[in-house]
Design a binder for this molecule. Structure first.
Ligand SMILES: Nc1ncnc2c1ncn2[C@@H]1O[C@H](COP(=O)(O)OP(=O)(O)OP(=O)(O)O)[C@@H](O)[C@H]1O
Length: 335
């Protein structure tokens, strides 16, 4: 498909996203798209994302993949992935612009139901998203919800390598146990709490302390007091520390918090007007530039003692390469 690069829509830690405008009339089916690009030599994460999106392309709650290409721009070879354009921006943008106001509960329920459908689909195919958070949840002009950014997604199972964004990390991820579908359900609980309260589920400004609170002991994120009893119960089902006891996306689809909800239709039609600049939107002390580390002590299954052991290593690694905690220039992602 022949296209040219339009306005910048956003930037993540390794890729830039622009509007992609088709050149030819024959492209009328996709009037506007987004293109996610990075340097060809640094494209392994984007290639991973492309191959997973290609497999998951029939789910309306997952950002649609239209194709890929290489281009030469300003003397640099770029790898480009063409995606459905989500003109409503990200849920993070939406929360940011809401300021002190929170998202009304009926909307939280509808978004949650859509996210559950998307997660259930991802998990059915044997994948784990590994980085569900408001920046990676996109909205279409008609209120549809799309799960995006599969750069860290992987086949379920295996442990060891720490990936994701600390505020949304599950206890078993922190502990280095098997990273399965349950980790995405924990992250979903964090997103639900954030939608309902307007601020991240964990209030903690110290990375080591945060990882300890997530990985060790019984503490779970605070569940917003003004959520309905159904909403609180839903969040509790997501915040079961042992992943074996956590509800699955499929089970949660039948939870009273979401099962009566009619999803906004979120049709595939993309409107040509009404698009806006969306950008990475730091809102808390964990919004830092990319911080990479890979830990090589995978544990067989989740347990408190293994979590403590791993955290000691993790905090040491973090201390060596800790970013500037006082900066809020970007989001922290661990790859
Ligand atoms: N299909 C899309 N339509 C509209 N905006 C998009 C689209 N994809 C991404 N964006 C915007 O670009 C931002 C960055 O995209 P994305 O999260 O995919 O990049 P990334 O480099 O993988 O980020 P991360 O640092 O989280 O890994 C998003 O938060 C969003 O604002």
């Amino acid at each position: 498909m022949d296209w040219f690069r339009g306005e910048k829509l956003g930037r993540g830690s390794f890729a830039q996203v622009n509007l992609a405008i088709p050149r030819s009339q024959s492209s009328f089916l996709h009037p506007l798209m987004a293109v996610k690009s990075c340097g060809a030599s640094l494209s392994s994460s984007l290639l991973n994302e492309k191959s997973i999106l290609e497999e998951l392309k029939d789910c309306p709650q997952i950002i649609r993949y239209y194709g890929d290409s290489y281009s030469f721009e300003n003397g640099e070879k770029l790898y480009n992935v063409l995606l459905e354009y989500a003109s409503g921006g990200s849920l993070a943008d939406c929360l940011k612009s809401a300021g002190d106001r929170t998202i009304p509960e009926p909307q939280v329920r509808r978004y949650t139901k859509a996210l559950l459908k998307g997660l259930h689909y991802i998990h059915k195919f044997g994948y784990v998203h590994c980085d569900l958070k408001p920046q990676n949840i996109l909205l279409t002009s008609d209120g549809g919800v799309r799960i995006a950014d599969f750069g860290l997604a992987k086949r379920a199972g295996g442990g060891g390598e720490l990936r994701g964004t600390p505020l949304y990390m599950s206890p078993e991820m922190v502990a280095g146990s098997e990273q399965g579908a349950a980790a995405d359900v924990w992250a979903l609980g964090c997103v639900v709490a954030e939608m309902a309260s307007g601020s991240p589920a964990w209030r903690c400004s110290d990375l080591a302390a945060l990882l300890m609170r997530i990985g060790v002991g019984e503490e779970v994120p605070e569940i917003p007091g003004d959520l309905s009893a159904e909403g609180r119960d839903f969040a509790e089902k997501c915040f079961v520390k042992d992943p074996r006891g956590r509800w699955t996306a499929e089970m949660l689809l039948n939870h009273p918090f979401v099962c009566g909800e009619e999803e906004m239709n979120g049709s595939e039609e993309l409107r040509s007007g009404d698009w806006k600049m969306a950008s990475a939107s730091p809102r808390c002390p964990f919004d830092f530039e990319e911080w990479s580390c890979s830990l090589t002590s995978p544990a067989e299954s989740w347990s408190v003692s293994k979590a403590e052991e791993r955290l000691r290593g993790l905090v040491n690694v973090g201390a060596e390469i800790a970013p500037n905690w006082s900066s809020t220039d970007d989001w922290l992602t661990i790859r």
